[in-house]
Design a protein around this ligand. Structure first.
Ligand SMILES: Cc1cc2nc3c(=O)[nH]c(=O)nc-3n(C[C@H](O)[C@H](O)[C@H](O)COP(=O)(O)OP(=O)(O)OC[C@H]3O[C@@H](n4cnc5c(N)ncnc54)[C@H](O)[C@@H]3O)c2cc1C
Length: 426
């Protein structure tokens, strides 16, 4: 098997790149030219995983099959996990696929390429915390679904144990921790409406952050507003508190012991250890080191999104955000199309920070918008911030589905909430 361009990882960046390249180059010369490979058979936009975890988003309804997206956007899709890469021979291997009994369904495959784009995303950074395996993570859809099942079980147990409350600790008060806290409050309040008075129970959420304030990467005003909103909803925010160890019953922190029923780890990202085995230069977070043209240390191999360390400003790399993955996918798509059409090379990639938006539940958000014509920084909150936050998700769908289908999908989701409630309780 040989393709002109192979993209590994169909997430926020890789899937947008495959769709854009497929539409422009996929049909040329009557053969398949663009291949996308992912270890999952369906796509869910990662910034919605906290909603899947809380049950406010149904992954069965939200997930889009890669084979459908491939047909629509004129690229090919193959299911598989990247297990080996030879950057000199321009060959890679996808591991065998087994069923739940261990029987091999698909053997290991070798694929040749002219160009390769690695868009593998990232996982959690445990910072070597002992007992990390006791915490839930939100790295992929299956993690979020696993947490959701445990959450429903815990809800059920508390509803039949009068006087018991459900204690959840979330480690890390970046956007993921903050948004998950707010989403869990929503899920609990929706569930409470369905319970008899004698079955209702308290939800105690503790957000634990080592830094002296929440939302470290965002302006202080946003952090202060978000903290106020969370505390009003009943979330206990512990800043300046370092988690020293985790066990099955809770956390040991620099401020003392914290007993919990469920612990979620949302404190920082790190790319997969396997990235170090692919013969490319990597940094201490296992990200592929790329230049401003998104090129890795090997000719014809690029990396985008969370798995790439691309220079930005003040010696810092481009942040690991969906916004960055989206911009890199758009830049690289155009650069590869220009190269194909013999046009001169485009200017180097420059990440533009358009601001940050944080969801604080159903109709609430907070954030800042940067730039605009005046170059000023605008503070937004409430429903407007929430709508803008939701529009980022729609923008991603627009790139991979087109405007019409995105509108249908958004309407279907709205109607689904009207019919079966906002929270998935099964
Ligand atoms: C709960 C949560 C909320 C977030 N909220 C925001 C937000 O509000 N705004 C924001 O900008 N960012 C947010 N982020 C961060 C954002 O999701 C990431 O920065 C973004 O998804 C990175 O895109 P990516 O394409 O690099 O990787 P991903 O979107 O993670 O995609 C990686 C893909 O690679 C596949 N893959 C991985 N390894 C292999 C392999 N070996 N072989 C084959 N396939 C592989 C995975 O299955 C996946 O499909 C959030 C993240 C989380 C977890």
């Amino acid at each position: 098997m040989h393709y002109d361009t192979v993209i590994i990882g169909g997430g926020a960046g890789g899937l947008e790149l495959a769709a854009q390249l497929g539409r422009k180059l996929g049909r040329a010369e009557g053969r398949e030219r663009i291949l996308l490979a992912d270890r999952s058979s369906f796509h869910i936009w990662k910034p919605t995983l906290h909603e899947v975890a809380a049950g406010t988003l149904d992954p069965q309804q939200e997930g889009l099959s890669y084979t459908f997206l491939a047909r629509r956007n004129h690229f090919s899709f193959v299911l598989g996990d990247l297990v080996e890469l030879d950057p000199t021979a321009h060959e890679l291997s996808l591991g065998e696929i087994r069923d739940e009994t261990g029987t091999v369904l698909v053997p290991r495959r070798t694929i040749g390429f002219d160009r390769l784009v690695l868009a593998l995303g990232s996982g959690s950074n445990s910072f070597g915390t002992p007992g990390f395996e006791h915490a839930y993570v939100l790295e992929q859809a299956s993690d979020a679904q696993r947490f959701h099942v445990r959450l429903l079980n815990a809800f059920l147990r508390c509803a039949f144990a009068p006087g018991q409350s459900l204690r959840i600790a979330i480690v890390g008060a970046g956007a993921t921790g903050v948004e998950l806290s707010a989403e869990l409050i929503e899920a609990h309040s929706e569930l409470t409406d369905t319970l008899r008075a004698d079955q209702r129970f308290e939800l105690e959420i503790t957000l634990v952050e080592a830094a002296d304030r929440i939302l470290g990467g965002l302006p202080e005003r946003i952090a202060a507003q978000a903290q106020r909103a969370l505390e009003q909803k009943g979330v206990r925010v512990l800043t300046g508190t370092k988690v020293l160890a985790i066990d099955a019953g809770g956390l040991s922190t620099s401020a003392g012991e914290l007993r919990t029923d469920l612990t979620v780890w949302a404190a920082g990202i790190k790319a997969a250890d396997a990235n170090r085995e692919f013969g490319l230069e990597t940094n201490r977070l296992n990200q592929f080191v790329v230049d401003r043209r998104l090129a890795t240390s090997a000719a014809g191999i690029y990396a985008i999104g969370d798995c790439a360390a691309c220079p930005w400003r003040d010696g810092k790399p481009v942040p690991a955000r969906a916004q960055a993955a989206h911009q890199q996918a758009a830049w690289l798509a155009q650069a590869l199309i220009d190269g194909e059409n013999g046009r001169p090379a485009r200017e180097a990639f420059v990440y533009r920070d358009f601001g940050s938006l944080v969801s604080l539940g159903d109709n609430e958000g907070v954030g800042n918008l940067m730039g605009g014509l005046s170059g000023r920084n605008f503070f937004v909150e409430g429903l407007i911030a929430k709508w803008m936050y939701m529009s980022l998700h729609l923008m991603h769908h627009r790139v991979i589905l087109g405007l019409g289908k995105t509108a249908v999908l958004a309407l279907a989701r709205l109607l689904q909430h009207r019919v079966s409630g906002r929270v998935k309780l099964h």
